[in-house]
Unconditional design. Structure first.
Length: 412
């Protein structure tokens, strides 16, 4: 097999940026909100070969040569990972991804109910889990995982509203997992009148607390350092809450974001989201790699289908730190992001590169160009935003030029 240049298409969700993906592809913007560029073989939006065939058709035709026996045996005749370029100008939905077991069950249930796989009200579009890693290309911001309840209580008390004070009390009145489950369940079932009042109070209080935090003095003791750290985080949290409340003034998901970790990634930093981690990206441009799935269960901050009961069933309510994922340096200037999943790892480095990812299916996406990817006696020149599929049978690959690439691989 040879190297295959991929033609990839975008999804134009309302939260997408009108400029970031067109700029990445070296194309003029057309005014549409380009949200995701899909690079892979998922049937929902497959990349296509030069002859117009979807990539999945090539893989299914000769899986051993395309994937290698190891990957074919583990995952069947399918590419087990999917890459995306993601550009968020506005917040994504409050969402969670299922475990492998729950994905199989949920998919079978919706199939049995006769819900078309492309129906807007469908949550499980395939029987696979969807762990994902996002690598920031620009400053990237979002919320992910439930914050330590003591810290959340301290942030909420800075607001001083009746809802915030009562929620802070509830978070420490029982074990953290139970407290968060009960609080989030009650938030998502709030009466519209009570929700409107809580959001209005929090909006006013958040502005006041943000002003007071800006005026805080430099800390001089350990206690004041801790308080100052909480106040600094509170500034970001309150600003985010106000922005979300303006966009979704009747959505209880806005209140849920107050109990989530606020995560800011600098370019080159990443976070990993396993099954059950409630999250919502809010702004920035990044490269995602994930298990090849389109299963998303939403509970708010979106005009799309929401399934509150399913999110409450599959979400993990155990507090976690911000889910940052540090790479390992496999050689000078080459980083490997290798989270604890079987389907994918991501290599990132500057050309020239040789001896990386010697086997298995590989997708090379140019982050900067030009570069030339060669393997198996063939080569392809890539500019920024271009991608190729390198099948197992093509053997070791090499990247030359002056650009930077992200390489999706199946870890050994």
């Amino acid at each position: 097999m040879t190297i295959y240049r991929l033609a990839c298409s975008t999804r134009d969700y309302a939260w997408g940026s009108t400029s970031l993906i067109p700029r990445f592809l070296g194309e003029p913007g057309d005014g549409r909100p380009h949200a995701e560029l899909w690079v892979g073989a998922h049937p929902g939006q497959p990349s296509r070969l030069p002859d117009g065939r979807p990539l999945g058709e090539l893989i299914a035709t000769d899986a051993d040569r395309a994937l290698g026996t190891r990957t074919h045996t583990r995952f069947g005749p399918r590419l087990p990972f999917l890459m995306k370029a993601l550009a968020a100008a506005e917040p994504l939905s409050l969402q969670v991804h299922p475990t492998s077991e729950r994905a199989r069950i949920g998919y079978a249930e919706e199939e049995a109910a006769g819900v078309p796989v492309d129906a807007p009200e469908r949550s499980y579009r395939d029987p696979f889990h969807k762990p994902e890693l996002i690598l920031a290309v620009t400053r990237f911001e979002g919320m992910a995982g439930f914050r330590d309840v003591d810290k959340t209580g301290a942030i909420l008390r800075l607001l001083g509203t009746p809802w915030a004070e009562e929620t802070a009390r509830r978070l420490t009145a029982e074990p953290a997992y139970q407290a968060l489950h009960h609080v989030v369940t009650d938030i998502l079932a709030m009466d519209p009148g009570a929700l409107a009042l809580a959001l209005a109070d929090i909006g006013a209080a958040a502005q006041g607390a943000e002003d007071r935090s800006h005026q805080a003095h430099r800390p001089s003791t350990r206690v004041s350092v801790d308080r100052s750290a909480v106040e600094r985080e509170a500034i970001r949290v309150f600003a985010q809450t106000n922005a979300l409340a303006e966009r979704y003034p009747e959505d209880p998901g806005v209140l849920v974001t107050l109990v989530l970790n606020h995560v800011v990634l600098a370019p080159g930093e990443a976070m990993f989201l396993g099954a059950g981690v409630v999250h919502a990206y809010t702004s920035g441009f990044g490269i995602e790699i994930m298990a090849s799935s389109d299963n998303v269960v939403r509970a708010g901050l979106t005009p799309k289908h929401v399934d509150v009961q399913e999110l409450l069933r599959i979400a993990s309510f155990t507090p976690i730190p911000p889910p940052l994922w540090a790479p390992t340096e496999v050689r000078a200037g080459v980083q490997c992001f290798d989270p604890p999943v079987d389907e994918f790892a991501l290599l990132v480095g500057d050309a020239p590169l040789d001896g990386l990812a010697p086997d298995g299916p590989r997708i090379v996406l140019a982050l900067e160009g030009p570069v030339t990817v060669s393997a198996g006696g063939s080569e392809q020149r890539l500019d920024r935003g271009s991608a190729v599929f390198v099948p197992h049978d093509a053997g070791p690959l090499r990247v030359d030029g002056t650009g930077r690439v992200a390489i999706g691989v199946v870890p050994d």
